[in-house]
Ligand binder design. Structure first.
Ligand SMILES: C[S@@+](CC[C@H](N)C(=O)[O-])C[C@H]1O[C@@H](n2cnc3c(N)ncnc32)[C@H](O)[C@@H]1O
Length: 224
């Protein structure tokens, strides 16, 4: 009895996945994950022409390619990943620089010093998943916190942050941490993200700036 509706749902999920897979091929993107950025961009206008964008966990390059199209000739996209990527330049788009690095390395933020500041930090970082919900969530939250820490060092005041997270116990705390650093915070679930997936995206709009964040952190400490 229960098997029938379930297989119907699986069929629907597969159809949606096939749709985005085919669309990415037609649009010349190496991964269908591009639509998770495109949807947010169309609604929230995260990237603007001329922006410098830092793309954390960029391999195989769909987000960097899309960001380069939006940022245009005057912009710059810096993509970072553990895996080597060769991302072809986009005609009329921003230059794309690739850095092969671990974003958790001690010298990572310092290695970006000649490119600062960025107007946008996007992160599609994903840990190697084990299928164990809780540990996958913890690994994802750790990466998201690293991405947020990087954003707080490299963003200009008024800059934006768009970051993938796997929901779980620590998710509300993470959203609050983003809230401390940005004037507006939204949780976004793009249509192209599988309904049954725990992945969502946290958008931080208008970075408050380093001084204001330090003052807020000092106030919290003083109140404890
Ligand atoms: C879902 S993929 C990104 C897809 C990409 N946004 C695109 O559209 O082509 C996640 C990436 O995060 C990278 N990653 C995970 N942990 C990382 C780390 N500590 N430092 C750098 N990259 C990392 C993985 O190597 C993987 O390529």
């Amino acid at each position: 009895m229960h098997g029938y509706p379930h297989s119907g749902r699986l069929f629907f999920v597969k159809k949606v996945q096939d749709y985005y897979f085919k669309k990415a091929k037609q649009d010349n993107y190496p991964a269908r994950s591009v639509y998770k950025l495109e949807e947010a961009q169309q609604k929230h206008h995260i990237i603007k022409a001329g922006n410098k964008v830092l793309d954390l966990g960029c391999h195989p390059g769909s987000w960097s390619l899309y960001a380069a199209k939006i940022a245009g000739r005057e912009g710059l996209v810096v993509g970072v990943d553990l895996q080597k990527s060769t991302i072809a330049p986009v005609a009329g788009g921003a230059r794309i620089e690739f850095i092969c690095a671990d974003i958790g390395a001690d010298d990572f933020i310092a290695s970006l010093s000649d490119k600062l500041p960025f107007q946008v930090v996007i992160s599609d970082l994903a840990p190697r998943t084990t299928g164990h919900k809780f540990s996958d969530h913890l690994k994802s939250i750790e990466l998201s916190r690293q991405a947020l820490a990087i954003a707080s060092h490299v963003l200009c005041r008024g800059g934006h942050f768009y970051c993938k997270v796997f929901q779980g116990e620590d998710f509300p705390d993470f959203v609050n941490e983003v809230r401390l650093l940005f004037h507006k915070t939204k949780v976004v679930k793009p249509k192209s993200s599988r309904v049954e997936s725990r992945e969502v995206f946290v958008l931080g709009v208008e970075f408050k700036g380093v001084e204001q964040c330090r003052a807020a952190a000092a106030k919290v400490q003083a109140e404890v």
